[in-house]
Design a protein around this ligand. Structure first.
Ligand SMILES: Nc1ncnc2c1ncn2[C@@H]1O[C@H](COP(=O)(O)OP(=O)(O)OP(=O)(O)O)[C@@H](O)[C@H]1O
Length: 303
């Protein structure tokens, strides 16, 4: 069940669209394999992943490096090869769309990448970066310019920012421009792939607050990929934990980070740094205990 209040699940006005009845996105038994190098077996990066995201909901996706988080986001965006399983968006299968259908879906599903330094075209002004996705869909130049002013205001940048180039902005400001670009066509879902991990702590907090505020206003949903548990706690309604290409635990942000069930989630929590040396020592002791318990149960299993 979604942790999002019922009034947040409305989208784009009071008329009910049958496509909005179920979850916004469902992923069922998703398998993604990358071709093996030099005729080796293909590498299975996702091994049957299932999850749902409701309208207006943030699902935090955590897991260590290489667990498959980015691959899942890329599969939803049509950028990773789906071997088995289905991805359904507003009731429609989207795992194997043609180029034109995928482009049309760009209106509803957008992405914000980790690195605000490489994700914006350095040769274009901010106005051009933000108008481009609108002009390709036939919006008039005048309407696109008006929308750009609205977007800059939404991400707290001055209207004259439009005439400048990406290099004239800080990392946090660039990430806000990338968010404005993702919002330009009013999507229902944004895949946020580590959007704050390249930023310093104060910019992280500003960008996270901005994402929450935008969600409250527009009911956009986020798949929020991160390896940082404090970030996931701050932003998510629910959290899914990935480990070696599988989802090993899903629950509300409070339950997954408060009473983790899976040993990997317990380990992930114990690995998160805490400022106080005494708490750090407690964590080290808890990690040792967990390792001892795991090796005892492995020995019992192999006996
Ligand atoms: N294009 C590719 N070709 C082959 N293997 C790939 C490709 N992309 C990813 N992989 C492999 O798939 C696995 C999952 O990678 P993925 O980037 O999805 O993990 P991740 O959890 O997002 O990691 P990180 O937090 O480091 O970004 C890794 O073992 C990776 O090496």
């Amino acid at each position: 069940m979604s942790a999002v209040p019922a009034d947040l699940t409305r989208h784009h006005g009071p008329d009910k669209d049958p496509a909005d009845e179920g979850p916004l996105l469902s992923v069922d038994g998703l398998v993604v394999e990358y071709p093996g190098k030099r005729r080796k077996e293909p590498f299975r990066a996702l091994k049957g992943v299932s999850l749902t995201i409701g309208a207006g909901e943030t699902l935090g996706l955590v897991g260590e490096s290489g667990s498959g988080k980015t691959t899942l986001g890329r599969a939803i965006l049509g950028l990773a090869p789906v071997t088995h399983g289905t991805i359904t968006f507003r009731g429609r299968g989207i795992s194997h769309l043609g180029k034109r259908e995928r482009r049309a879906l760009g209106e509803d599903i957008q992405v914000v990448f980790q690195d605000p330094y490489t994700s914006l075209n350095p040769a274009l002004t901010i106005d051009d970066i933000l108008t481009e996705p609108l002009l390709v869909t036939g919006v008039s130049g005048r309407d696109a310019r008006a929308r750009v002013r609205e977007l800059l205001d939404q991400v707290r940048l001055p209207a004259d920012a439009g005439a400048r180039l990406p290099r004239e902005f800080s990392g946090g400001q660039r990430q806000r421009i990338a968010i404005a670009r993702a919002l330009s066509r009013s999507p229902r879902l944004i895949v946020c792939d580590e959007p704050v991990s390249a930023l310093d702590l104060s910019n992280q907090a500003r960008v996270l607050d901005l994402l929450v505020e935008i969600q409250e206003r527009t009911s956009v949903a986020y798949l929020f990929v991160t390896h940082d548990l404090s970030v996931v706690r701050h932003i998510s309604h629910r959290v899914a934990v990935m480990y070696h290409g599988e989802i090993v635990e899903t629950g509300t942000a409070a339950s997954v980070t408060g009473q983790p069930q899976h040993p990997y989630t317990q380990r992930l929590l114990l690995a998160a740094p805490v400022p106080h040396p005494a708490r750090q020592a407690e964590r080290r002791a808890a990690r040792r205990e967990l390792t001892a318990r795991e090796s005892a149960s492995m020995k019992a299993g192999s006996a």
